[in-house]
Design a protein around this ligand. Sequence first.
Ligand SMILES: NC(=O)c1ccc[n+]([C@@H]2O[C@H](COP(=O)([O-])OP(=O)(O)OC[C@H]3O[C@@H](n4cnc5c(N)ncnc54)[C@H](OP(=O)(O)O)[C@@H]3O)[C@@H](O)[C@H]2O)c1
Length: 259
Amino acid sequence: MKKVAVITGASSGMGREFASIIDRSMKNIDEIWLIARRRDRLEELQGELNTACIIIDEDVNTNEFENKYKKILSQENPGVKMLINCAGYGLVGTAGTHGVEVETGVVETNCVALTKVTLLTLPYMAKNGRIINLASSAAFFPQPGFAIYAASKSYVLSFSRALNSELRNKNIYVTAVCPGPVNTEFFNIAENGVERAWYKDLFMSRAKDVVRQALKDSVQKKEVSVYGTSMKLLMFASKVVPHSVALGVMKVLNGKERK
Ligand SMILES: NC(=O)c1ccc[n+]([C@@H]2O[C@H](COP(=O)([O-])OP(=O)(O)OC[C@H]3O[C@@H](n4cnc5c(N)ncnc54)[C@H](OP(=O)(O)O)[C@@H]3O)[C@@H](O)[C@H]2O)c1
């Protein structure tokens, strides 16, 4: 049986980095399935990888994607060693700023599509397989000025932790990755011309460092992967600081972004 790694959001940022590192370091993977909308980017990535690839250039929110993915799964009948859910986006601004469709699209992509891809893949997961879900440190607190995105990532964190508990007896392990700001195209979409909150540059990480840490934590069967001391402190703070206080702090920190 072919052993595969499935990566959504593979056309840029952390998804692309996962594909590159898996290609270089995981010799037990026969094929990498690259999922995103931009076919040219996926083809360029495919050209750089030594591992065989299947490209699925679809919007994960569509029926076309669901039908194509189901079909490929049933035709190939793979053993999925790794499922990595990176497809996602956020939009800075108070709720209502960008319009209903785009804002609910954040929930559709970050939560509904991630859940759908996971459920469709589960029957094909190999023993000792791994699921890595991109949550965010935004999952730790509600965030005025970034409310829908932060809530969507709380869903990813909660879902991943519970799923990890459910799947342990099947020897499948789920890791939620919770980075702070990472230097990727994410901010082009999220900020869209809005001035960046000062603290984000201060804590900006490199995609390859976050991804290396995530893969290491996944191998070690950790349910949460947090890169860097500051984000680990933030996670700790989320357990001890009352939400009313956190809300006040986030409102001030995200102040310039609340338009
Ligand atoms: N960068 C950060 O600061 C940060 C921090 C914490 C968590 N995260 C999370 O990490 C994940 C990866 O983000 P990134 O930083 O690597 O950003 P990125 O470079 O913008 O990558 C996002 C990826 O998702 C894909 N995507 C978005 N919507 C899609 C859709 N509807 N259907 C298919 N693919 C879709 C994009 O590909 P196409 O446009 O080609 O479809 C792209 O490959 C996201 O879930 C993000 O929320 C990011």
